[in-house]
Design a protein around this ligand. Structure first.
Ligand code: ADP
Ligand code: ZN
Length: 362
């Protein structure tokens, strides 16, 4: 069992990681006993884990209801949000009630935003069931929904009261989803932890064989690293949190140009990290051998490291300027100095950026 304390200024919380952690958590009982809970999840996760979560909540002394919405990013919208708010009313939730977000990033974001806004804010518990949500979206307090005009345009910072992670639920997650989570895992190694990066290189077999112990350790380390960044820059004001965007300015451009169809987020981030590493070799101080280690690890994990033909590098370059994080038309890129350390580079030459993209296009 791993326990990670997220020490925020106003109020901290625990992340508990381990087999059976959802049903066996004492902290869960302390939080929910005698209260009403609304479990918000998607249609797939509801079928596989809905019943056991309801049972756990009941054993913990809570009275609960579960509301599933149609699985998929397209449900992360105003309509789902509105329906959930009204269902929260009908379920009789008051200010002492809790929201339980069960599922991947989509239920986590939507349920978190319901929790942030219903009656000006309820306590909520995150039970992430995808690797991506376990290592990334469930820690950090970002909640929200998409608008037809763009992704994550409405939301709030709202921290959970508890995060419960049982790595055994990854056994039912499709392999592609696992790979996508692993892209973010590699990202943590590059941006802040060389030792962790080596751990990944050494434990490839365990990762591929879905060994519980290996995943438990990976998830715990990523949560620790993310918690560290989030605590230093809770609301994205000091700029520290920007390092989490490594590979993302390039990656988001890949997602935009391919219209969010061809590559899943983690796959686009993998390609984006390759572009960023190329640029860091050209324009920064990153050693080619280190770029090669990143490339090899991503490849070994089955993640894409090249971009299929048909996509023009200039399209990617142009799309990079549409990123939310571009300030005053200037690219602020997170580039590695070495494995385990990155800097923000504001003066990358356009021709170098183009070249870094071209090297990934086959
Ligand atoms: P993320 O943004 O974290 O990738 P999503 O919420 O988009 O997550 O979930 C991705 C897909 O995986 C959805 O179809 C969801 O229903 C499904 N899913 C989530 N967790 C599990 C799980 N543990 N087992 C099987 N399918 C899951
Ligand atoms: Zn990401």
């Amino acid at each position: 069992m791993h326990k990670i304390k997220v020490n925020l200024k106003e109020r901290g919380y625990d992340i508990l990681i381990g087999k059976g952690i959802v049903s066996g958590s004492r902290t869960l009982k302390d939080l929910v006993a005698g209260r009403r809970c609304l479990v918000i999840t998607d249609s797939n996760v509801s079928k596989i884990y809905g019943l056991s979560v309801l049972r756990t909540l009941k054993n913990a002394g809570a009275e609960s209801e579960i509301i599933p919405f149609k699985a998929g990013e397209s449900s992360k919208n105003l309509e789902t949000y509105g329906k959930l708010l009204r269902q929260a009313c009908r379920a009789g939730l008051d200010r002492s009630s809790l929201i339980v977000a069960l599922g991947g990033g989509v239920p986590g974001d939507v349920a978190g935003f319901v929790a942030a806004s219903y009656m000006r804010g309820l306590n909520f518990i995150q039970i992430p069931t995808t690797l991506l949500a376990m290592v990334d979206s469930s820690v950090g307090g970002k909640t929200g929904i998409d608008l037809p005009e763009g992704k994550n345009l409405v939301g709030a910072f709202w921290q959970p009261s508890l995060v419960l992670i049982d790595p055994t639920v990854l056994t039912t997650l499709p392999k592609r989803e696992i790979r996508c989570g692993l892209a973010e895992v590699v990202k943590y190694g590059i941006i802040m932890d060389e030792k962790f990066f080596s751990f990944l290189e050494k434990n490839l077999n365990g990762i591929k064989r879905m060994e519980q112990k290996t995943y438990g350790e990976i998830i715990a380390r990523c949560c620790e690293l993310k918690a560290k960044v989030v605590c230093a820059d809770e609301r994205e004001t000091t700029g520290l949190r920007a390092i989490l965007n490594y590979g993302h300015t390039f990656g988001h451009a890949v997602e935009t140009v391919t219209e969010y169809g061809k590559y899943a987020h983690g796959e686009a981030v993998s390609i984006g990290m390759c572009m960023a590493a190329n640029l860091a070799v050209l324009n920064h101080k990153f050693a080619p051998e280190m770029a090669m280690r990143q490339f090899d690890l991503l490849n070994a994990l089955g993640l894409p490291t090249t971009l299929d033909s048909g996509i023009k590098p200039a399209q990617i370059y142009k799309a990079m300027f549409k990123d939310k994080k571009v300030a005053n038309g200037k690219l602020r890129l997170v580039l590695p100095d070495r494995i385990g350390k990155v800097s923000i580079v504001k003066d990358a030459k356009p021709e170098d950026v183009m070249r870094a993209i071209e090297e990934v296009v086959v």
